[in-house]
Design a binder for this molecule. Structure first.
Ligand code: GDP
Ligand code: MG
Length: 677
């Protein structure tokens, strides 16, 4: 069918000549066999890499050699390309026989060039699970050990994630980063060239477009890699250079294919070209005589790496556990009810440790780096899932503590002989204690910023303080009311008596009663207020209130006793005592010779003098002179010292005179009647 027959290498082929590097003269060595064994110590005599390096005359070249490998799907012409580029003789599938090539990783020396070329043979991984393992391992091995990795793909695979082996590339990138990504000082500048060779390029889509698509795909892969924490911010370009080329169809455009391949070969052979691929930065800096040992080491790491078995297993596991815990933790949303959940911390801690220990038991046998990284992810997810429950619990503890503080305090204030400060201190200690105990219990990870509750406690303390302040104000008010009532009761009788016995010292007596009773009341307030923890300002305010109310009470009493009827009765009584009775209290029986007019005038004038005595609160003792407390709420007619006005005094005088005149007439008439009898 026109496909040229290429040299087919077989294991049974005779040992090659060591000199004379004619094309295809050097057989390929199977460095990894289908049992996944490295051939350093030799699977069969003369077929181990160490010996072969010598046989290829490369043992003594030091750093003067290069290593290239290939990556790509089965039967995409990889071996064909390598053989043309490097003069190697890797097996090429014979289309006419459809023969199976021998699985393994093969190495061959480039013809007339110090290049070690690796080729991978295997069946397509997607067909059988077992081969998927080999496919991944061989790809990782190729990437990790070579300077240039040729990524071989059909043009029509570009943009197809699965078709172009992008999934495999992602896995390989990820594990490669985990295994070898942490560059030491020594190989800090070490990079790898990914040379994309697009096969069967028809030409309708320019290479530049294909290149854009592939670059974007690669970037996307890199961005979604699960990277080790310490390599989180590493970029694709920190590790890889990208280069792109295309080849026409080998059969449909065979001449151009051959010439383009020859041109491409120049990039591997001509050191003076700008696009020479083997840049010093890609070299692994392993002397040629150590390459076999070095590669065996890489293979061992690749082989023992369990992530490669199931690369997303940890991820799935972690995700699964997180989801599981998340679902169970939020299933009945225990916090929603707004109630404190007993033993929530215990519950959360056991969810967390169960989740982690299940993860540990299943994941710890995988690669330690990935295992630890995913464990931290899981722990983080668990914490951020549980944290809202913790915060909800704190809020509810806070609410409950405040409610219980109020209830306890109010109950304590109903107990006879309570001490306000003691009641509050006890209730506060109880409420804060319950909050702290509950909060401490709900902490999942001690010392972690996510599980702090001191701030919430401070908020609670503030609120308790303001509730206590309010309760104290209410209590103070009640106490002042009680003291006021008792004050009124105490002054009522003495002031009544004093006001009905008019003497020049009437106001001295009244004010003495007032000041003495007020002083007792103030003392009573202050002695009770001590248990309230009131501030000095609050005490001053309370005492002022007390004084205002006491004065108002006194004035009310005085006003009651000096109302028209009351004062007129007092005047009448005073007058009668002096006019109708003699100095011994005996009722007078007027005789014509008695000085009715003189007695009448004396009694009347003395009584009229009383009006001015009652009109103003004016003690004789200056020590008792009293300045009524200023009423803050300045009522327009705040009761001062004036009991009644001048006009009122005149009116009272006039009314009294009329009454007195009636007594006079009555007295006169009685003498006339006495004569008549
Ligand atoms: P490998 O499995 O990727 O190494 O592919 P081979 O090199 O063994 O080639 C597989 C088949 O594809 C052989 O029949 C080759 O002749 C054929 N082939 C090689 N190169 C090309 C090419 O560029 N285009 C096409 N269409 N076929 C090719
Ligand atoms: Mg092949």
């Amino acid at each position: 069918n026109g496909i040229p027959t290429t040299h087919i290498h077989t294991l049974s082929s005779p040992k090659p000549k060591l000199n004379g590097h004619s094309p295809y003269s050097t057989p390929a060595l199977q460095i990894i066999n289908d049992e996944k064994q490295f051939t350093l110590s030799g699977l069969s005599p003369g077929s181990n890499l160490n010996d072969q390096i010598s046989a290829w005359d490369l043992r003594d070249v030091g750093f003067d050699y290069n290593l290239v490998a290939v990556f790509g799907s089965q039967s995409t012409g990889k071996s064909t390309l390598l053989n043309r580029l490097f003069g190697t003789n890797f097996d090429v599938m014979d289309e006419s026989k459809r023969q199976q090539t021998t699985k393994g990783i093969w190495m061959c020396r480039g013809n007339d060039m110090n290049v070690l070329v690796m080729d991978v043979e295997g069946t397509d991984g997607r067909e059988r699970g077992e081969d998927q393992d080999f496919e991944r391992k061989s790809a990782l091995f190729s990437l990790a050990s070579s300077e240039v990795l040729i990524v071989n793909l059909w043009e029509h695979q570009v943009g197809l994630y699965q078709g172009a082996n992008m999934g495999l590339l992602k896995t390989v990138f990820e594990v490669n980063l985990g295994l070898f990504g942490n560059k030491s000082q020594e190989n800090a500048n070490q990079r790898t060239l990914l040379l994309f060779v697009i096969r069967d390029h028809i030409g309708t889509t320019p290479l530049a477009n294909l290149q854009t698509t592939l670059t974007a795909d690669l970037q996307r892969i890199w961005d979604t890699l699960s990277k080790p924490v310490e390599l989180q911010d590493r970029k694709l370009t920190d590790y890889f250079d990208l280069s792109f080329t295309a080849l026409p169809h080998k059969i449909l455009a065979s001449e151009r294919f051959e010439s383009d391949v020859r041109a491409l070969r120049g990039r591997f052979t001509n050191k003076s070209r700008d696009d020479f691929v083997f840049k010093p930065a890609y070299h692994k800096r392993i002397p040629a005589d150590g390459v076999a040992f070095y590669m065996e080491g890489i293979w061992e790491q690749v082989q023992s790496n369990k992530d490669l078995d199931l690369p997303t297993q940890q991820e799935l596991l972690a995700q699964f556990r997180c989801d599981e815990i998340l679902t169970s933790a939020l299933a009945d949303d225990p916090i929603e009810a707004g109630k404190v959940i007993d033993g929530l911390g215990e519950m959360m801690r056991s969810w967390r440790s169960q989740a982690l220990s299940r993860y540990d038991s299943e994941a710890s046998r995988y690669h330690q780096g990935v295992y630890k990284r995913k464990r931290a992810d899981l722990a983080g997810t668990l914490d951020s899932t549980l944290s809202p429950l913790f915060l909800g619990q704190l809020k509810n503890l806070h609410k409950a503590a405040l409610v219980s503080f109020k209830a306890e305090t109010v109950a304590g204030l109903k107990v006879e002989g309570y001490n306000f400060a003691d009641v509050v201190i006890k209730a506060r200690a109880g409420a804060e204690g319950r909050f702290s105990d509950g909060a401490r219990e709900a902490v999942v990870a001690e010392g972690d910023a996510m599980w702090q509750w001191e701030e919430e406690l401070r908020l609670l303390q503030d609120e308790i303080r303001s509730v206590a302040d309010q309760l104290r104000k209410d209590e103070t008010k009640k106490m002042i009311n009680a003291i006021e009532r008792s004050f009124k009761k105490q002054i009522a009788e003495p002031v009544d008596v004093q006001l009905s016995r008019p003497t020049p010292l009437i106001w001295d007596n009244v004010l003495r009663t007032y000041t003495e009773t007020l002083a007792t009341s103030e003392d009573l307030y202050l002695s009770k207020a001590r248990s309230f923890d009131c501030t000095d300002d609050e005490n001053d305010e309370a005492v002022t209130t007390l004084r205002q109310r006491a004065w108002a009470a006194l004035r009310a009493k005085i006003d009651e006793q000096t109302a028209d009827t009351a004062i007129l009765t007092k005047l009448r009584t005073y007058f009668e005592e002096r006019f109708r009775y003699d100095e011994h209290g005996v009722p007078r029986v007027w005789k014509p010779e008695d000085d009715i007019d003189g007695t009448f005038k004396k009694a009347k004038d003395a009584t009229l003098d009383l009006i001015s005595l009652y009109a103003k609160i004016a003690p004789q003792d200056p020590d008792l002179a009293y300045a009524p407390p200023e009423d803050g709420e300045a009522e327009s007619d705040a009761p001062g010292l004036i009991v009644f006005s001048e006009t009122k005094a005149l009116e009272l005088g006039a009314r009294f005179r009329r009454e007195a005149d009636a007594y006079y007439v009555e007295a006169k008439r009685s003498t006339v009647m006495g004569i008549a009898q």
